[in-house]
Design a protein around this ligand. Structure first.
Ligand code: BEZ
Length: 394
């Protein structure tokens, strides 16, 4: 090679190195784009806000960064409307080009998000919706959940109702959609495995709150117990209506813990003494929970609930993935591996990820005392969702 050709080659190599280094530098400085798809209106509005608060609190505690990278938020109100799910998810993925989707509360909307995430290979962290399918038939390497499957708290409640409370018959009542159906199925599985019998399954469309005729039917059926799945504004109304109908004290009422979480101020005396099962409770007394509650109350002038915990832990999971990938969200395999292998130090107690990417966690039995869901016992230790139908391929 003559001198002129050699210097041209060297110049080209230097230019390429400069471009690559500028690219790496820009990438290291680029913010991680987080797309929050949550309900900010409707019966689950307070749940969406609590999730966002929890997520932001963790970022704030890390000095505004996760895995050394600044965060930029993009938001969509999903209105808990499954029909708008694909369009809303695509706004974040295609228009805003987010690096990670975080959402949502409603199981039907979450299933639509999971399909978009699969089709576009976008990282998704579900910070509430329990749709069993998300970590069942829809499971995928890029889909994680920081919350629960609908089966988990419901199954545990079924065990408690039969084994500990010695009930023989139960009537179930829920909104007719994926979360309600799966919650009832989980309760029934636990309850009937220990000799109980679900004698009637009642429901009404989501998010209706005209409970009167259903309460009359329950009174006529006279089961040993009633199991329900309601959350948010609907849960407030149901617990008050149950007491007003004179059923409280006559037929014990149980539920997945969403029935009384984040709702006690509004439910007042109508909720006193109710037993529910959930992966969070008041009085857990671990160090992480104490700090979390203090910081949450200081930041938002509110007490946190299970939804805030799930938002906080979604951020912790993302941080674990980013740390494993040296802060590079594009190193998907490393991010996924980091999230899969993490032990999350959660306010609920520490948890790990199942093979299907759902928390393996303790489910607590809680009792309403005043404005708190006080922990009574561990209803199911280290409970893993059965992940029926999950084949981890994409
Ligand atoms: C759900 O749709 O999965 C859900 C909604 C509110 C609370 C818990 C679960």
């Amino acid at each position: 090679m003559n001198t002129r050709r050699r210097s041209l080659t060297l110049l080209a190599a230097a230019a390429l190195a400069a471009t690559l280094s500028a690219g790496a530098h820009a990438q290291a400085n680029e913010k991680i784009k987080v797309g929050l798809m949550l309900p900010y209106t409707g019966t689950f509005a307070a749940l969406g806000t609590a999730i966002e608060n929890g997520f932001r609190l963790y970022v704030q505690e890390q000095g505004g960064k996760i895995g050394g990278r600044e965060i930029e938020f993009f938001k969509v109100d999903d209105e808990s409307d499954p029909a708008k799910g694909p369009e809303n998810a695509n706004k974040l993925v295609k228009r805003d080009q987010v690096d990670v989707l975080v959402g949502t509360v409603h199981s039907g909307v979450a299933m639509a998000m999971a399909k978009v995430a699969k089709d576009t290979n976008t990282l998704l962290i579900v910070p509430n919706a329990g749709a069993d399918a998300v970590t069942g038939p829809l499971c995928a390497p890029n889909i994680f959940r920081s919350s629960f499957s609908n089966w988990q708290p419901a199954y545990a409640m079924g065990l408690v109702a039969a084994e500990q409370q010695k009930h023989k018959t139960a009537v179930t009542l829920t909104w007719k959609y994926a979360a309600g159906d799966e919650s009832v199925r989980g309760f029934k599985e636990g309850f009937e495995s220990k000799g109980g019998k679900v004698v009637r399954e009642l429901n009404l469309p989501f998010p209706n709150v005209e409970f009167q005729s259903l309460l009359t039917e329950i009174a006529a059926l006279k089961p040993d117990a009633v199991y329900v799945f309601f959350a948010g504004g609907g849960a407030v109304k149901f617990v008050k209506d149950y007491a007003a109908a004179g059923l409280k004290g006559r037929i014990p009422l149980y539920g997945a813990g969403f029935l009384t979480d984040g709702t006690l101020e509004a439910q007042g005396a109508a909720a006193e003494g109710l037993l529910t099962t959930l992966h969070y409770a008041d009085g857990l007394n671990n160090a992480k929970d104490k700090t979390f509650r203090l910081n949450y109350a200081k930041t938002y002038k509110l007490q946190p609930d299970v939804y805030a915990v799930q938002g906080y832990d979604a951020a912790q999971m993302l941080a674990a993935g980013l740390q494993a990938a040296g802060g590079d969200i594009k190193k998907r395999d490393a991010v996924v591996k980091g999230m899969e292998q993490a032990r999350i130090d959660s306010p609920r107690g520490s948890f790990t990820m199942s093979k299907a990417h759902n928390p393996v966690q303790d489910i607590y039995l809680r009792k309403v005392e005043g404005k708190e869901n006080r922990v009574v016992s561990v209803a199911a230790k280290n409970l893993a969702d059965p992940a029926r139908g999950c084949r981890m391929t994409q």
